[in-house]
Design a binder for this molecule. Sequence first.
Ligand SMILES: *Cc1c(COP(=O)(O)O)cnc(C)c1O
Length: 381
Amino acid sequence: MIANELMITKQTISSFDPPKRRLMGPGPSDIHPRVLNSLSRHTIGHLDPEFVRMMDELKNLTQYVFQTDNQLSMVVSGPGSAGMETCFVNLIEPGDKVIVCQNGVFGGRMKENVERSGGTAIMVMDDWGKPVDLNKVAEALKANPDTKIIAFVHAETSTGVRSDAEGLCKLAREYDCLTIVDAVTSLGGIPVLVDEWGIDAIYSGSQKCLSATPGLSPISFSTKAVEAIKNRKTKVQSWFLDLSLVMKYWGGGVKRSYHHTAPINALYCMHEALVMCQEEGLENRWKRHHDMHLLLKAGLEDLGFRFLVEEPYRLPQLNAVFLPEGLDEGAIRKRLLNDFNLEVGGGLGAFAGKIWRVGLMGHTARKESVEYCLNALKRIL
Ligand SMILES: *Cc1c(COP(=O)(O)O)cnc(C)c1O
């Protein structure tokens, strides 16, 4: 009785049973049952030799999806945002100048990261829905020859626009700058060729075109970027994301030491998702995203939707579209969710209430999803 009196009475809660949705928004994406099932495998220790073997394979698979031989390729224990911070805090020292290209939401976060790392952000702004303008970046470089890094978003998820990552990296090399590339939405959906393009630091996310559970971020650093980290004069201000510490666990060969407990089962999931990428082959995967985009585009345009982004810059995996005139986007999105278990994304910023962001990422990019979405829309409209 005494124990009872001491207890704060709370509502009795039973297990959470989420509805089964189709995820056609800006991420997370649908997860293949094979990948989802891998989460329920036995948890083993994070220093268990079998786990270490799995991590080595995961590193190998990460190099494959990034198309790189970079030794420093791994998976950060945190969402895409943690991968982003890993790149910025490790490469920037107080006083460093960084050119940040902003053409949507995520470039704004890069600016925050530069400033919080003690750097100076030189902003190159482009309109939302337009790709980064290389001429403006070249001008910024001319005006700031002491720039250390150029940072940009390859696939801007807020607008569905693709920027010329290869061209931006070439420009960076001409001015002897490092590059930080956000490939959260691009990786696994469109080509991301780290070595061929000469990208120095790159981060992605597990839940977009890789179709694993949210909360992990694959990253990769070139030899030049690793040199820059080794030559730091100041400590990385984040203990958790300091790569010189993290690599004692991820890069330690047989002699690994504890840094933090890896998200063991989530890493099984990532491993399985990347094994599926490898089985499919990256080129086939890019083609699948492209083909599904064309199918969706034809259907949406028939229904009167209009694309925000000009054709050459459109991302197949993220379709930003204006609704036909006079429709209440919020009400229709709600009906899709409630009556059809279908999630599509709304607009952000100036595009809130004006556009939809229809995702075809990873496992979502299949005929069945496209047809289901188009049929649901036909029924509602
Ligand atoms: C989703 C996204 C992020 C952030 O990833 P989280 O896993 O949500 O932290 C960063 N950049 C881009 C371009 C994204 O689409």
